[in-house]
Design a protein around this ligand. Structure first.
Ligand code: GTP
Ligand code: ZN
Length: 206
């Protein structure tokens, strides 16, 4: 194993002018009052602190970078050089338009160029980007670009299949709609058979 801390340009997490925990809790009290609630009733007294604590977990991806998890790779795989696919990675994210959950699965494949990743690191990468406000398209592209920049594989394919609660619990209320996005780089873009094999393995082609 080789530990290398790799830098990767990330969307800025705006540390400047970041409000304090107290200000964030006050903002939750304001929302509760706006909803018609009484933030001073017993059941809600601790709610602002709980919401801020939950948000710091749900949006913890701003404190992490792809290089933190993709920096460690290893080489000794006895000459294995086919696609490596980690599929059905469950994730929970939040859409940047309504801050309502996106729930889905990510499938990530790459063709190694000598070095491979620990498999859990791929799920950790998905988790970093999921724990930010997202569009499904951006999340798909960010995962693919991070894999490509940090691992430099021969190819990367990412597919995300997700439900947007902003489409089911509000708005159009289309409860069964799911959205599929994909990104194909390198060999997955150039080799139709490889792309087709990926699609079959993730259950999107027969
Ligand atoms: N492309 C894309 N759109 C998304 C995603 N998540 C939510 N949206 C959409 O963002 C759009 C925002 O549209 P607006 O018209 O500004 O907002 P809105 O009035 O709340 O829209 P409705 O959901 O149609 O009620 C909606 O069509 C959402 O379905 C995403 O990941 N990708
Ligand atoms: Zn939304």
């Amino acid at each position: 194993m080789e530990a290398v801390v790799k830098k990767f340009p990330e969307p800025a997490s705006t540390d400047q002018e970041r409000p304090s925990r107290e200000e964030a809790e006050e903002a939750v009290r304001t929302l509760l009052r706006w909803m018609g609630e009484d933030p001073h009733r017993e059941g809600l007294l601790e709610t602002p602190a709980r919401v801020v604590k939950a948000y710091s977990e749900l949006f913890g991806g701003y404190k992490m970078e792809a290089g933190d998890v993709l920096g460690r790779t290893f080489e000794d795989v006895s000459g294995y050089e086919d696609m490596v696919l980690v599929k059905d990675i469950d994730f929970h994210s939040h859409c940047e338009h309504h801050m309502v959950p996106i729930i889905g699965k990510a499938h990530v494949a790459y063709v190694p160029n000598g070095r491979v990743l620990g498999l859990s690191k791929i799920a950790r990468l998905v988790d970093i980007y999921a724990r930010r406000l997202q569009t499904q398209e951006s999340m798909t592209a960010q995962i693919a670009t991070a894999m490509e920049s940090l691992l430099k594989p021969k190819g990367v394919a990412v597919m995300i299949d997700a439900s947007h609660l902003c489409m089911s619990m509000r708005g159009i209320r289309s409860k069964d709609a799911t959205t599929i996005t994909s990104a194909f780089h390198g060999q997955f873009r150039d080799d139709k058979d490889l792309a087709q094999r990926f699609m079959r393995l993730v259950g999107q082609a027969s």
